[in-house]
Design a protein around this ligand. Sequence first.
Ligand code: UDP
Ligand code: MG
Length: 320
Amino acid sequence: MATYSVIIPVYNEALVIRETYRRLKTVMEQTDEPYELLFINDGSTDETLEILRELAVKDDTVKYIDFSRNFGHQIAITAGMDYASGQAIIVIDADLQDPPELILEMIERWKEGYEVVYARRVKRKGETVFKRWTAYVFYRLLRAATEIDIPVDTGDFRLIDRKVCDQLRYMRERSRFVRGLVSWVGFRQTAVEYEREPRFAGETKYPLKKMIRFSLDGITSFSYKPLKLASWLGFLMSAASVVGMFVVLYLKWFAHSTVAGWASLSMVMLLGNGVTLLMLGAIGEYIGRIYDEVKERPLYIINETWGVGMRHERKPSYLP
Ligand code: UDP
Ligand code: MG
């Protein structure tokens, strides 16, 4: 049984994985306690799996889980938590944007008694202005939309105690936003700060499409505000319509000028349709997620594993 489990989700990271392994190894050796490096191969199409096999044969602290296809970063982290055996579980990106050396500082905090130690980015290097800006807006928006306290500018790079991990494993929701779930669980939480490095090699595995989906998952899993906004807008539009109605009647009966008004009419129609469709879309985002949940498919499918034990299956609490 390891004291520390390091979970590293990898998706087409053949260019960086050896270096990540080397840096993590150096750091974890300094702890003088047993540890495991648990890689989750999220359906990579490059040589990632071959490299993992090679490392695992040489070094028995290296373990891996290989998915049958790409299930996404958040699901990969979840699988890592399902199989991690450590007392403290550390989640880190494979691309060395999160400096492994910070783990030692996290461990210190954990030993002081904190159950969650997250890493807050005080600076982001080597990322596009667009990414920095969208990330900035997203974290503030999320904060405004949700009732629980999700810290701004923190990613999934963090250490969690076994207690927290066990609680997270009960939560099998599909639109996963792991950092939100960790905040939701509670316990004593603290932050360490760091400067986010540029990617060691390769390119981001979070294209815009995945980023949008990820942000929507975050907001819809923790907030009904978009739905409330829909009702408020509906209310406002109805109130405006009543006023508009009186204006139209006045024009018809007293000003006798009903022929003009083509422009205002189209504007009202376009705006009305736009808002209606937008709000239908918001409702759709929720319904789609409900549909995903009720199907109760497994969160991920494993192709092969190395070195990990049986996952002690837990029934959801609502089952007999
Ligand atoms: N990742 C993954 N599955 C995916 C996308 C990303 O496991 O579908 C992993 C990726 O290999 C990396 C981490 O998640 O270890 C973060 O991805 P990336 O560095 O590309 O995101 P960014 O830092 O650009 O937001
Ligand atoms: Mg990265």
